[in-house]
Design a protein around this ligand. Structure first.
Ligand code: SF4
Ligand code: SF4
Length: 346
């Protein structure tokens, strides 16, 4: 890791560089909140945003996309033409960096997802430290995802003079043409950065889970009546999965177009909370009850995929799902239920 400083007066030159070389995605204000969007006007970028409604995964796994177009006469198929530039994703907070790493694991597991891998190829991920808790529902401290440059090519921490920039080993070459924007840090800036790190430790010191045992603790609750009680507050609306940075399930359908001469194979995000998700031929459904679907999602986030990918959990504690949920259901309450009576070592 190499440390640099991006002075305030060089920020717009750096953004110009990013826009020349990449398709730049960054947080912008929209509808009273913030979203990640492809940037046409750099002045619209809001690096002071607390959190976004949808996670940045939409840059690589859009809510709706065409995977293939099929000529119905020859039955030849082809993916949409590749984009001319890779994506630079700017301003990704630590929980979402952890979310992207989990997304990579799920989508790159063999057989890998060709469309995702293509969108992700050559991408530059620029993280942005969280100095303050973004919303009361966030529990990134419990999930240990509130800090760190892991998963980022560059990681920015706001300082008085601009941004402290940690450059991942191997990422320097992607900045070769922007090297003039950066300065070596001074001793004063280093002290300021150390102070900010101490503030971050204090701000996110509310750990409430034992991650080491979470997956096993959660699985022990499988037959508990707790899940039916929790599901009394669930409307099976699917909002929780739509806003989740680590949910990857999708549906695929073929749309006939052009007088049935062509067909588009399209995919859209799906949700394991919706009743039809587990419907199969023969009028069967292997998770017909709401509590079965809710339990499945919590188990997936706290246990199944954690074990599969050797992680403490798949949920990163971003707090989006409890903030969006009509019943205010949070994975944290389910995880805490599974650990009732267990001492949390901080
Ligand atoms: S957002 Fe809440 S109410 Fe809607 S499906 Fe998810 S848990 Fe149920
Ligand atoms: S399960 Fe909820 S809190 Fe956890 S990562 Fe997904 S949206 Fe965030």
């Amino acid at each position: 890791m190499v440390d640099r400083v991006l002075p305030k007066e060089q920020v717009s030159a750096f953004l110009d560089y990013l826009r020349r070389r990449y398709r730049l995605w960054a947080p912008v204000a929209q509808g009273g909140g913030f979203v990640f969007a492809e940037i046409d006007h750099p002045e619209s970028i809001r690096l002071d945003y607390p959190t976004t409604m949808l996670p940045p995964k939409a840059a690589f796994l859009p809510p709706n996309e065409i995977l293939l177009s099929i000529d119905m006469e020859s039955l030849e198929s082809a993916p949409p033409p590749a984009e001319d530039k890779p994506i630079a994703l700017l301003g990704v907070h630590p929980c979402d960096l952890h979310g992207l790493m989990r997304l990579d694991m799920a989508m790159r597991e063999e057989p890998s997802d060709a469309s995702y891998v293509s969108a992700r190829r050559g991408a530059l991920i620029i993280g942005l430290a969280c100095v303050h808790r973004c919303r009361p529902e966030a529990f990134c401290d419990s999930m240990e995802t509130f800090r760190g440059a892991a998963g980022a090519d560059l990681y920015l921490t706001p300082i008085e003079d601009g941004f402290w920039v940690e450059v991942r080993d191997g990422a320097e070459e992607s900045l070769a043409d922007a090297a003039d924007c950066f300065r070596p840090p001074s001793d004063r800036q280093k002290r300021e950065k150390d102070d900010i790190n101490r503030q971050i430790d204090l701000e996110f010191s509310g750990r409430r889970l034992s991650l080491e045992t979470l997956a096993d603790d959660l699985e022990k609750t499988y037959t508990s009546s707790y899940w039916a009680k929790l599901a009394d507050r669930c409307f099976s609306c699917g909002a929780c999965t739509a806003v989740c940075p680590t949910c990857v399930c999708f549906d695929v359908r073929d749309d006939l177009a052009g007088g049935c001469k062509t067909a588009d194979r399209c995919r859209s995000w799906d949700s394991c909370l919706l009743k039809d998700f587990a419907a199969v031929a023969g009028n069967e459904n292997f998770r017909p009850k709401r509590h079965q679907r809710l339990r499945h999602r919590m188990m997936r986030q706290g246990s199944y995929l954690a074990k599969r990918f050797n992680l403490p959990a798949f949920c990163v504690g971003c707090g989006r799902c409890p903030a969006m949920c009509l019943g205010k259901i949070s994975p944290l309450e389910a995880f805490e239920f599974s650990q009732k009576g267990r001492t949390v070592h901080v």
